[in-house]
Design a binder for this molecule. Structure first.
Ligand SMILES: [Mn+2]
Length: 248
């Protein structure tokens, strides 16, 4: 993996966003532009956030990011955005993306980028439109989302229990991010091993058959990008799930 120390400034950023409900937080999309289009149509005009992992595996990451840019969606970066942010920022291509399990070849294909060597791939970076590069570069690692005055958190892999945040969670989060931001994108945790903050943490990262509301943590990765996967959003503050699946 890429060296944590080389990661860009956005990687350790927390954004605080205030919104009026309802808002939607969308789970891992993984290149399924078809499911995203159907989900966005169901969400109407409410503000949209993503929990990260918009890219890889599914066939059309380019169209996913195009829809998210057009929709004014914001969100956090997932572990799958690590290589893509690094690539589009000009910090080099990490060939871990070509691992079949990781699925980055599909992302490159969606942008018309051919070739197998890092050098060949890096030479085609400009095939990713500037608007997409800017959208990716702007993704923080954590969002504190205040909906109608009530706090929620968005972090791709949730917040580990060991990093549980104390009386001033925003300050504490900013303190832990420089050293621990990777944990918030890469840890594979179940809700029992996640910290209890001052509001629920909406997370993705670990595919589940159905979304889960565990009180302190709301898991919304329903395996989008896999053949039998579905795409889920949670509507806040109602904590209602909306799921679309292929062929339904
Ligand atoms: Mn994922």
């Amino acid at each position: 993996m890429s060296d944590v120390g080389a990661f860009d400034a956005g990687a350790a950023r927390l954004d605080v966003i205030e919104a009026s409900g309802p808002v939607a937080v969308i789970g891992d999309i993984h290149g399924r532009a078809d499911l995203l289009a159907r989900l966005l149509a169901q969400l109407g005009q409410m503000p949209v956030f993503v929990v990260g992992d918009v890219c890889d595996r599914g066939p059309d990451t380019r169209e996913v990011i195009e829809q998210l840019v057009a929709r004014g969606a914001r969100g956090v970066r997932g572990n799958h955005e690590d290589w893509l942010c690094q690539f589009v920022d000009g910090r080099g291509f990490d060939s871990v993306a070509l691992n079949a399990m990781f699925g980055g070849a599909a992302t490159l294909r969606s942008y018309g980028i051919e070739g197998r060597s890092p050098r060949e791939i890096e030479a085609q970076r400009s095939k990713v439109p500037l608007a997409h590069r800017e959208w990716l570069a702007a993704l923080p690692v954590v969002i504190r989302l205040v909906v109608d005055g009530a706090p929620y958190w968005i972090a791709h892999a949730g917040v580990p229990l060991s990093l549980a945040v104390g009386v001033d969670p925003v300050r504490r989060m900013r303190e832990i991010l420089p050293e621990h931001h990777c944990d918030l994108r890469w840890s594979a945790l179940d809700p029992d091993n996640m910290g209890v903050l001052d509001g629920p943490v909406v997370y993705g990262h670990v595919p589940r058959q159905a979304p889960i509301d565990a009180g302190h943590a709301i898991g919304i990765d329903t395996g989008c990008g896999r053949s039998d996967g579905a795409l889920t959003a949670v509507i806040l503050p109602a904590r209602r799930f909306v799921t679309v699946r292929a062929g339904s």
